[in-house]
Design a protein around this ligand. Structure first.
Ligand code: NAD
Length: 497
């Protein structure tokens, strides 16, 4: 029997009948596990009306009360994270420990949002002119739309909604239709935490639902994470309709290995960051740039470690799970075929592995290419699978140029024992998030997450101070309480003195 997954609007499951539905699979077995309702424009309109009404009351609720509800949500999430991780593994395929890690990183943003009383504090200047004081306040923007990708069904929405809600907004989450259930579980936790109905809504769907978010006049801000072509479309359409938009796109993250690096550390990092979550992470390392003469030795160490990886069902004791869908598996295999055809040397071939799983799951094993060159499609395009490419260069400058010339600029890392070289790299590299001997430099919740170039459209990164600013509007008040002796008419431009 397959489950029906429907919208969560106004604090309860939607009871209507969907005109269209989408299939949901367990990627480890290939079996269909559910059907998700795909919202029409009318359903989205219903959710926006609810969010607008509930949001007005929520914005007027005291910061102390709002904070206590966010804190209660944090406690429930922490207590029930194993259940959420199991839901993620069942629909996404990533191994359970990785799903749990995803929830923990999302929880850090909830914890950051518990500090909202401090984060919303404004400035105050007394007596800027005779009897005049100036102060700044930050107010919620209203109804916020959050459109998320399949690869972090719990964490990516959590980059946004804890701050949006704590700041007094109401939200509509449009999860990926490939793994929709995590957000329904989270919706129930919010209700249990005491969040008023209608502040947190989940509307499932595809392009039709997304397009209504982008055009609805009552949605004031849109946070999007997904592939670059869609991110660009979201940014252009949303801003054309007067919304503020942050749209995070795809990635091709390079790891630059200098000759003085600790090659055991490098090999561990390359394997973890290349094949964790089957490479379906926007911060995965997909290119290792080896500054000669270290390529041969680095590759040997990586191959040694790859031989120990167990690929299979994420609920078993495995290291790497399947890809999210059959279509995506075929796309990743197509890239491996293209790499071979274009002349890269395939060192480890994951196309025909036998996974530790029952049924017909969507598996591709860890794959390693050597002698990859910048003209190849496996170098230029985001594969989003367990495929690591090694590019050999002669100098630091050549490696840096490769990274800076690439269309994506999400994450990168340098591996070296030379502090001066690392410092130069952090200054010269044109990428938003930089690791020094850290392969996946995902910023903590109190810093902001986001890339450069085609990895982000808009000016504001996710969470941290930038997240607080994105979900609030600044207002500055200039006030004068008249001294009884003050008065008179003056048509001149206001000046201070
Ligand atoms: P996707 O772009 O296919 O889908 C993302 C969202 O957009 C989903 O909710 C989907 O329903 C919706 N969507 C898809 N096609 C649409 C269309 N034509 N019109 C309107 N909406 C549409 O991305 P995905 O495959 O779910 O996720 C993987 C991608 O996300 C990768 O490119 C990855 O790099 C990227 N990603 C980026 C970050 C980051 O922080 N930069 C983080 C996670 C994932």
């Amino acid at each position: 029997m397959t489950a029906r997954i429907t919208h969560w609007i106004d604090g309860k499951s939607w009871t209507g009948t969907a005109e269209r539905t989408g299939d949901v699979f367990n990627p480890a077995t290939g079996a269909k596990s559910g059907e998700v309702d795909l919202a029409s424009t009318a359903v989205m309109d219903e959710a926006v009306a609810v969010a607008k009404r509930a949001g007005a009351e929520w914005a007027a609720t005291s910061i102390t009360k709002r904070t206590s509800i966010v804190f209660a949500f944090r406690e429930l999430l922490n207590a029930r994270k194993e259940e959420l991780a199991a839901i993620i593994t069942a629909e996404h395929g990533k191994v359970l420990s990785d799903a749990l890690g995803e929830v923990s990183r999302g929880q850090e943003v909830v914890e950051f949002a518990c500090g909202i009383p401090h984060l919303l504090k404004g400035g105050y200047s007394e007596s800027v002119s005779s009897g005049v004081d100036v102060y700044s306040i930050r107010q919620p923007v209203g109804v916020v739309g959050i459109i998320s990708p399949f690869n972090f069904p719990a964490m990516v929405p959590m980059w946004f909604f804890p701050i949006a809600i704590a700041a007094g907004n109401s939200v509509i989450i449009k999860p990926s239709e490939k793994d929709p259930s995590a957000q329904n579980f989270i919706a129930q936790l919010w209700k249990e935490a005491g969040l008023p109905d209608g502040v947190f809504n989940v509307v499932h769907g595809d392009k039709e639902a997304v397009d209504r978010i982008l055009t609805h006049p009552d949605i004031k801000a849109v946070s999007f994470v997904g592939s670059t072509p869609i991110a660009k479309y979201i940014y252009e359409t949303g801003t054309a309709h007067g919304k503020r938009v942050q749209a995070l796109g795809g990635a091709k993250n390079h790891m630059l290995v200098l000759p003085d690096a600790d090659l055991d550390l490098v090999a561990d990092a390359a394997v973890n960051a290349g094949f964790g979550s089957a490479g379906e992470r926007c911060m995965a390392i997909s290119v290792l740039v080896a500054v000669e003469p270290v390529a041969d030795e680095t590759i040997a160490k990586i191959v040694e470690r790859m031989a120990t990886l167990n690929t299979g069902d994420g609920t078993r004791n495995t290291d790497m799970g399947p890809l999210v869908s059959a279509v995506h598996r075929d796309k990743v295999k197509g890239y491996i075929d293209a790499g071979v055809a274009e002349g890269a040397k395939i060192v480890v071939d994951g196309r025909d592995i036998t996974p530790d799983a029952d049924g017909n799951g969507f598996f591709v094993g860890p794959t390693l290419f050597d002698n990859v060159t910048p003209d190849m499609s496996i170098y230029q395009e985001e594969i989003f699978g367990p495929v690591l490419s090694v590019v050999r260069v002669k100098t630091y400058e050549e490696g840096l140029k490769l990274i800076n010339d690439h269309m994506y600029g999400n994450g990168t890392a340098i591996f070296t024992n030379d502090g001066g070289a690392a410092r130069r790299f952090q200054n010269e590299v044109e990428v938003g998030m930089v690791g020094v001997n850290v392969p996946i430099p995902v910023p903590m919740a109190y810093y902001s997450f986001g890339g450069w170039k085609n990895s982000l459209f808009g000016d504001t990164h996710a969470h941290g101070t930038e997240g607080v600013h994105f979900f609030t509007r600044g207002k500055v008040v200039t006030s004068r309480w008249l001294d009884p002796s003050h008065g008179g008419i003056n048509l001149g431009f206001p000046t201070n003195g």
